[in-house]
Ligand binder design. Structure first.
Ligand code: COA
Length: 293
């Protein structure tokens, strides 16, 4: 999985946290059907929580919820909702409460992405990503906040490091995720007095995800020393471990923070994109952007 065994992320079964730290807790996760959010949900469930996973593709959600329930011995329910439609989210919250009686933790993870230069990005394409990522986060927080206040719980928003610099072909995602980061800070300040915490996890280029496939045409790509200081790309498990920490009592005084999980990649000159040709085949980028430049 990685270039060095010393750098491999700790699997859930070897977690440094006790198995039952989230016993009796409930996670509400948008985008939980696949990728990073699925991995975070599994890790939170492995530490004792039940979960509701929310997304647009009910077949995928159903399959994932079965898999996660079997793997963890906890209960995961799939709920169809579009984060752009507040009523569907309110319905998802209602069903979660009917099933579990509470919501302690929320992961705002639903996101959309594709590569496009601004010169060929339509207004609707820009709006679509901002609506899924930014408005979707707002809608998720609005729908869940009364329950998260009751539980004195916490939010994790899934962002990125792309917008920390000017990343080409990502103007829509950069705008959307900058909004997510800003909202998390406001939520931390406004909701702190109610006992609610809000933090952002900003994964780097992550193996095994749709984002990796979109950028490279493959889900697994080998990193080199020029692409991340730690010599490999982010693994889903890295982000899952960070989520366990952020929801755990060990992080009870951490709020309003944006935490990259990128092996230090954002501090490298020339990081992120364009990636070195050993990582991204320039011809595959040209193919993805064909006719758009
Ligand atoms: N390049 C440029 N524009 C694109 C595009 C691409 N690759 N993909 C979608 N768009 C544009 C569409 O053309 C449309 O704009 P238009 O009406 O001006 O033509 C607009 O975005 C909305 O597209 P649509 O497919 O109707 O939206 P959707 O709500 O069904 O899905 C996404 C939007 C972003 C979720 C979709 O592109 C997608 O499924 N992406 C892959 C999954 C993903 O992003 N996972 C997360 C990875 S981090």
């Amino acid at each position: 999985m990685t270039s060095s065994p010393y750098l491999a992320p700790i699997e859930d079964s070897l977690s440094t946290f006790k198995d039952n730290i989230f016993s009796g807790k409930v996670l509400f996760c948008t985008g939980g059907g696949s990728g990073i959010c699925k991995g975070m949900t599994r890790a939170i469930m492995r530490h004792g929580a039940n979960a509701a996973i929310i997304g647009r593709n009910i077949d995928r959600l159903t399959e994932t919820s079965k898999e996660l329930s079997e793997q963890t011995g906890k209960t995961c329910i799939p709920i169809r909702a579009d984060v752009r439609q507040p009523q569907t989210l309110q319905n998802a919250v209602r069903r979660t409460i009917e099933k579990f009686g509470r919501i302690d933790f929320v992961i705002c993870g639903a996101a959309g992405n594709f590569m496009s230069p601004i010169s060929s990005l339509s207004e609707n394409a820009f709006r679509t990503v901002v609506e899924i990522d930014t408005l979707g986060t707002y809608n998720t927080v609005k729908a869940t906040i009364p329950h998260v206040r009751d539980a004195k719980g916490a939010y994790i928003h899934v962002s990125t490091t792309l917008h920390h610099r000017g990343t080409p072909y990502q103007i829509h995602v950069s705008a959307a995720k900058a909004g997510v980061d800003a909202m998390s800070n406001v939520i931390a300040v406004e909701e702190g007095p109610h006992g609610v915490r809000s933090n952002v996890l900003a994964p780097g280029f992550t193996s095994g995800t749709e984002g990796m496939r979109l950028m490279t045409g493959k889900t697994k790509v080998k990193a080199d020393g020029f692409s991340t200081p730690l010599g490999r790309f982010t693994e889903i498990q890295d982000v899952a471990n960070a989520a366990v920490f952020l929801f755990s009592p060990a992080a009870c005084y951490i709020t309003g923070q944006i935490i990259p999980v990128d092996g230090g990649a954002e501090h490298l000159r020339g990081d992120l994109f364009p990636y070195p040709s050993s990582v991204i085949d320039p011809s595959s980028v040209r193919k993805l952007l064909k006719g758009k430049m």
